[in-house]
Design a protein around this ligand. Sequence first.
Ligand SMILES: [Fe+2]
Length: 236
Amino acid sequence: MSCVKVPAVRQFENLVHVSGLSSALIQDHYKLYLGYVHKAHELCCHHGQAVRQKRSATDNDLRNLKRDLTFTLAAARNHELYFSLLGSGEMDRPRLLSDAVKSDFGSFDNFLSDLTRTALSTHGWVFTVLDHHSGHLINITSAQNGQFPMWNATPVIAIDMADHAYYYDYGSRRTEYLNAIIRNLNWQNVVVNLQSALDAMMAAGLAVAVEKFGPVSDPSDAPATAELTSAHAAGV
Ligand SMILES: [Fe+2]
């Protein structure tokens, strides 16, 4: 087995600014993320060496190792995206994001409504992805913690809908948790992710990116005035 270079643990200083979630919940959740990264290191750097020495392509140990490594890396990556987007509370949304959402959902309220309904339909993850084939933003789910279910698409938002993400603070009140997360979303960081996805599409020569978005502008472009007219402004 080739040993991938497992990314280092990431710090998220922005989490101190999260409102609506207790510090105990956030710290426990972050510890869970640390566990995924440390397990990935352990699997790759220690168990991986032992498996390599057996040199058997049909060894069950290798199969199990790869399965566990896939799970831990994907779970770590999902949580990194989720944590990186929290703690803003800013209502302004960059124009690039507003235009993309309006094109695909008709309005930002429609997008938030679809994101909410999609999130509440799963006990795993909800992702907003930019599909490289169509150029559309789509809200999709993953039932499992360590999984991103769609290739050739870039996630720009990830929200953890597993029990461990909210139960300590909200019990079964999943809608309240979700509203808190949406109020905390850092739309500037979301558009940075969108920009990265567009750059990848442009670099790959995907015409749909140019047709839909035109020349890509600075992600810090003048924000569209974003008065949250939806129920999310006050909580659904
Ligand atoms: Fe989680």
